[in-house]
Ligand binder design. Structure first.
Ligand code: ADP
Length: 199
């Protein structure tokens, strides 16, 4: 039978976050990108990841593709499921951070409540980055054809149309994408986070 004593012993024997950060020579951090669908979160995250890799920084991009198709494939888009979606993403991010890894999270995360929920789990390890692209521009880009479908009434509760998007009031960074290249936007994030990642 396990006792609190031997559980404690196990915790004592595993490497701590600081050990892993020293091993990687970087600090764990969550760069949480929020913005409308098609605002540029995933595109910019991929470019930031490349810049960080050139500096020898280990990252993990988390987005709808790897999260909704895997760990969260039993969740839909009801209020309750959206909350659970974010809770699990934040908890997964926490595991990466505890391993000294920089996660680049690309989720619409449309409301202050939802982002606060993530902050409650991640605390100061979470940097909120607003990928600031107006609705009209996202609709013009319509990378995945979702805006056309939403306009045609084929998608309900579409963020920015018939579901709210609450812009962050005081983000760590406000990244405006209109009239700027992907590289410029990525560089803005890279310049701001690198000093926090370097040990
Ligand atoms: P999201 O992940 O926010 O849903 P995506 O990254 O999938 O958005 O799509 C953004 C689209 O906008 C891409 O097709 C990208 O090429 C285009 N785009 C144009 N200008 C920019 C920019 N400055 N930053 C990011 N994406 C841009």
């Amino acid at each position: 039978m396990s006792t609190p004593e031997n559980i404690h012993t196990t915790f004592d024997s595993i490497l701590q976050r600081e050990d892993k950060e020293s091993l990687l020579n970087q600090k764990g951090l969550v760069v949480w990108m929020t913005g409308l669908s098609g605002s540029g979160k995933t595109t910019i995250a991929a470019a930031v990841e490349k810049l960080l890799a050139e500096e020898g920084i280990l990252t993990q991009v988390l987005d709808g593709d790897n999260i909704r198709s895997g760990i969260n494939n039993n969740l839909g888009f009801s209020e309750e499921d959206r909350k659970e979606n974010i809770r699990r993403i934040a908890e997964v991010s926490k595991l990466f951070v505890d391993c000294g890894i920089v996660t680049l999270n690309c989720f619409v995360s449309p409301t202050k409540d939802i982002r606060q929920q993530a902050k409650d789990i991640l605390g100061d390890d979470m940097l909120e980055v607003f990928v600031n692209t107006p609705f009209e521009e996202c609709e013009k880009r319509d990378v995945k054809g979702l805006y056309a479908k939403a306009r045609a009434g084929q998608i309900k509760n579409f963020t920015g149309l018939d579901a709210p998007f609450e812009a962050p009031e005081n983000p760590f960074l406000d990244v405006k994408t209109v009239g700027r290249s992907i590289d410029e936007c990525a560089q803005q994030i890279f310049d701001a986070v690198l000093p926090l990642i370097r040990k």
